[in-house]
Every structure is written in structure tokens, then in C-alpha cells.
Design a binder for this molecule. Structure first.
Ligand code: TNX
Length: 517
């Protein structure tokens, strides 16, 4: 106890075993002490805006869950009084990675430091996992909860295995609102994922307003799979999503899939069709039947406008051009098209990402391919100099069923149980690849069978959590029994957040309440 304190700091003894850390940090050294947070605990920050922002996030989170506001002090960071310290420092993790962070708790202090703001964004998530599960509560919804919080004493030095750790949300087959996307960002961010790829246009719907081509959303935004209503993001909506993600250090990657997967655009503007006739809106689930008219100059004026407007709204470095399953485009046309579009994207200052299919075309410098189904095609792209994002369908496609009885989902790539989603080696997916070629992992949620938030939760969780650990944690530390145990412990937190995850029988043993499908 510090001399001079008017009242004693409450006492609490919390063991690290009571907390579940996912993804597993690199280096964890418990010290047997407990840091106690209660309403008088001061939060000190370095003068950096990033440190202040993270401190405010922590204070907000505690206020939302427990109803009291910790005092924030932008002075006194250099002292060593009892308190929480959040700051940018020189590198104390021993790894230059921008997401590296150092977290240390003793009975006297809780310190979160990093040499880059991204490290603070990742580290704060670890701190939330070191707090009781009730940290996810909303006090106005749940009533008063415990107000003295114990953080187990530990030193953590942590940084990611892969730089790119993403999820994809298809808002084209079914539309999801800004609120649903924000909720998704919050959930994925808890597991240190740092990219959200938005699949913004497909045969069944065009979901982002383009001022120079307004019928894209007026007409093309009105449909969905099964004719279950449409929807689209205004440019302000899109900016709102971007800003929300940015505050959590998550990059948004917009995708406009082309030249195939474009029926919604073709239905909106007859001039984009080679025969000048607009097809009907499409509400089925087939792929590979539509194509922009590759030979028409108007097509490239259209794309220059669309890519230009979206690129101008997007602070992240990437623009995804899709390029998959263009079965209605001749190979010659496809190659010509992909070459031209890469140049348009570059002219708007963005780096191109495309599904692995684009490896059939010459790839401009810096183009990234996203592997999904054919390792040979992906390897061809790598030989052409591309880096790769790994989304092997049989392991990472969140829209695959867990087993044949899953209530929604597809099965074209097989079924993917939770252990299967965890048990694969990113370095072994493509034989011709070394770690230097791999940017990271992305888990796509295609939404042909996904309509509600509950549907989304069911397919995404807990598999996305498994992928997050594969992307972040040291590969030699990965262990299914350890992950399974931590995940089982973490389920209560998902329950408290109202996440309607799949209650996989394999996660419920005799000692752990029984599941229902
Ligand atoms: C394949 S993955 C597609 C999507 C579908 C998905 C369904 C990819 C590049 N194309 O158009 O939605 O399968 O799993």
C-alpha cells in the first residue's frame, strides 16, 4: 500500500487461469500479483493523441459496463504511482512490428505501451480479455455489476505472425446495415483482426452509392438473393463505417467484383451490355453468367468513375477488383480487361487485390492475389510476382456448413468443423510459397444463405476466432487442445455479448453445460 493514500486500495486475488486469451500472445510471464481497478484508479497517458484515445476507450468501456468513470490524467505519466499507464514509447518488445505491444500488470501498476498506435489498439484488446467477462456488459441493460476489477499480474510481449488478418463480409447477396457492420467490426477487432473486406457489388445487388452513376443503387441496389429486399450504403454511410474501423485500427478494403458478378450493374445501365439491353435483376444463387462489355470504351469510363469515387472515400491502400468466376467473358477479353483495370486502380492511387483468377492476366507491380480454390492458379500468380492472401475455401470460408446438419450454409468446398478451421498450416496451402509471399489470412462470409444477424453469428463464430489465432499467434505455439480450452472458457463472454454462435457439440463436454444445435 502506498503511504499517503487516504483509503486503502481494495484487495483482490485473480489468477491468470481465470482469464482466456485469444489469440494466444507470444510471451506471457505471470507474476502471481493482481492489479485492482476501482473507481479511484487513475489513468495516466503519454501526451500522444493515440495513447489518449486508447485510454478514453478503456474508460468508456469501464463506464459502460460498471457505471463509473476513471479519472484521466495527461500529466504524471512519468511518475510511478499506483495507476494505469498507457503510452507510446520506444520499442520495448524487441520486435519492430507496428502492432507489437507490451503489457505489464503488478499490484501497483498496469502498463500498456507500444512504439506505434497500432500496438496500443491490439494491446487494449488483450487488457479487455484480462478483465472479468462482465466488461462486455452494458450497465443500463443489465443493472449494477461488480465494481472492483482484478487484472491478473502478468507481463506480455506480443506481436503478430502475419501482417494481414482479415474477414470479408458479402453485403451484396444480402444487404447488412451500418449498425450490423459496426457490430461485426467490434467483434472481429476483439481478436486482433485488422482488415475488413467489403464485397460491395455482385449479380444480386449493388450496395454503394455512386454519384455519377446513381441508378446502380436505385435499380441495382433493390434486389437480393431470394428477393428479400435490397439496400445500399450512401457515401456518408460508407464514411461512417470507414471512420469506425479506423478508430479501431482496422482497414476497410472495398471490392467491386468484375467483369463477372455484375448483373446488378448491367441491369441498372443498358449501355454496359454489349447488346445494349439491360437484363432483369437477379435473385438466384448461380455464378458465372454475367459480364461487363469488355470491348466497349464506355465500360472503362464507368469503371474510372466508380473506382475513382470509392478510392476517394477510402483511406486504406487497397482496392479489390474481384475477377473471379468470369465464365461469361472470353479468356482473351478477360486478360485485356484485367490489365486495363489494374491501371485504372493504380491511377486512383490504390494497390490492386484480385481473386486468384486474375493470375491468368499479366499482373502489374504490387498486385495482390487472394487464393480461394485453385493452388495452381495462385502459384502462377506468385510466379508473376504477386503476394498472396490465403482464403482456402475448405478452411476459411465462413459460409461453409459445419456439418451436414447445419441450418444454413453451403457445402461446395466441403463442411468445416471448428477443429478443421483451426487445424491447417498457412505455409502449406501453396507448395511453391514461402512466408515472404504470404501477406496473411482472410475469412470470407458469403451471404447467399445469410439473412439475419443471428445467421451471421452462427456461421462466423466461433470459426473466425480460430482463424484469428492462426493469423496472430506464433505457429509453433498453436495447439488445438489449448485453443479449445480457451475457447470454451471464452463462450460465456460471447453469450454475454449476445453473439448467437454455433453451439458445436465438440465444445461442450460433460463439465460444460450441454449444447443444442
Ligand atoms: C465462390 S469465392 C465465389 C462467390 C460465392 C462463394 C460461395 C469467390 C471468389 N467466388 O461468388 O459467393 O463461392 O461460397
Amino acid at each position: 500500500m502506498l503511504l499517503g493514500c487516504k483509503e486503502p486500495i481494495p484487495k483482490l486475488d485473480v489468477s491468470l487461469d481465470e482469464r482466456s486469451l485469444i489469440p494466444l500472445p507470444r510471451k506471457i510471464t505471470p507474476n502471481g500479483q493482481t492489479f485492482v481497478i476501482y473507481e479511484k484508479t487513475k489513468v495516466y497517458t503519454s501526451t500522444d493523441t493515440a495513447a489518449v484515445a486508447i485510454a478514453k476507450q478503456l474508460i468508456d468501456k469501464i463506464q459502460t459496463a460498471y457505471g463509473y468513470e476513471l479519472p484521466l490524467l495527461e500529466e504524471g505519466y512519468a511518475t510511478d504511482a499506483y495507476g494505469i499507464y498507457i503510452g507510446l514509447t520506444s520499442n520495448t518488445v524487441g520486435n519492430p512490428n507496428r502492432e507489437a505491444y507490451h503489457l505489464k500488470s503488478t499490484s501497483q501498476q498496469l502498463r500498456l505501451t507500444a512504439h506505434h498506435s497500432s500496438g496500443l489498439s491490439r494491446g487494449i484488446q488483450t487488457l479487455y480479455q484480462l478483465l472479468p467477462d462482465s466488461i462486455v456488459n452494458n450497465i443500463t441493460a443489465t443493472g449494477p455489476s461488480a465494481s472492483v476489477l482484478g487484472v491478473p499480474g502478468v507481463e506480455i510481449k506480443d506481436y503478430p505472425n502475419f501482417a494481414y488478418r482479415g474477414a470479408m463480409l458479402d453485403v451484396a447477396r444480402h444487404f447488412f446495415t451500418v449498425a450490423q457492420v459496426k457490430r461485426f467490426i467490434d467483434l472481429m477487432g476483439q481478436y486482433k483482426l485488422n482488415v475488413l473486406h467489403l464485397h460491395l457489388a455482385d449479380d444480386q445487388g449493388w450496395r454503394i452509392h455512386i454519384k455519377s452513376w446513381p441508378k446502380l443503387t436505385q435499380i441495382g441496389g433493390s434486389s437480393s438473393v431470394g428477393d428479400q429486399g435490397g439496400g445500399f450504403f450512401t457515401q456518408d454511410d460508407y464514411k461512417e463505417i470507414i471512420n469506425y474501423a479506423m478508430a479501431r485500427d482496422i482497414t476497410i478494403i472495398p471490392e467491386i467484383d468484375m467483369p463477372g458478378h455484375t448483373n446488378a450493374a448491367l441491369a441498372s445501365y443498358p449501355e454496359l451490355n454489349c447488346d445494349g439491353i439491360a437484363p432483369k435483376l437477379y435473385t438466384g444463387m448461380k455464378v458465372g453468367f454475367s459480364s461487363l462489355c469488355v470491348q466497349k470504351e464506355r465500360t472503362y469510363e464507368f469503371l474510372d468513375d466508380v473506382i475513382g469515387e470509392i478510392a476517394a472515400l477510402t483511406p486504406g491502400p487497397y482496392f479489390h477488383i474481384g475477377g473471379d468466376e468470369s465464365h461469361a467473358t472470353s479468356k482473351k477479353d478477360y486478360i485485356y480487361f484485367i490489365e486495363r483495370v489494374q491501371n485504372i486502380v493504380k491511377a486512383h492511387g490504390k494497390r490492386v487485390i484480385g481473386w486468384e483468377d486474375i493470375a491468368a492476366a499479366p499482373l502489374t507491380e504490387g498486385t495482390i492475389i487472394q487464393h480461394w480454390t485453385n493452388p495452381d492458379t495462385a502459384s502462377l500468380g506468385i510466379r508473376k510476382g504477386a503476394k498472396v492472401i490465403l482464403s482456402p475455401a475448405a478452411k476459411t470460408y465462413l459460409d461453409m456448413k459445419y456439418d451436414k446438419d447445419s441450418r444454413i450454409g453451403l457445402t461446395w468446398a466441403g463442411t468445416t468443423a471448428i477443429d478443421s478451421a483451426y487445424l491447417w498450416k498457412p505455409l502449406e496451402v501453396l507448395t511453391t510459397v514461402s512466408k515472404a509471399h504470404i501477406l496473411g489470412i482472410e475469412s470470407p462470409l458469403w451471404t447467399e444463405t445469410v439473412v439475419t444477424t443471428s445467421d451471421m453469428d452462427y456461421l462466423v463464430f466461433p470459426r473466425l476466432i480460430a482463424h484469428a489465432e492462426l493469423g496472430w499467434s506464433k505457429s509453433s505455439d498453436l495447439s488445438w487442445p489449448s485453443f479449445k480450452q480457451r475457447l470454451q472458457q471464452h463462450l460465456q463472454r460471447l453469450d454475454m455479448m449476445g453473439v448467437d454462435y454455433y453451439k458445436a457439440p465438440q465444445l461442450f463436454t460433460a463439465s460444460n453445460a450441454s449444447p443444442q444445435k
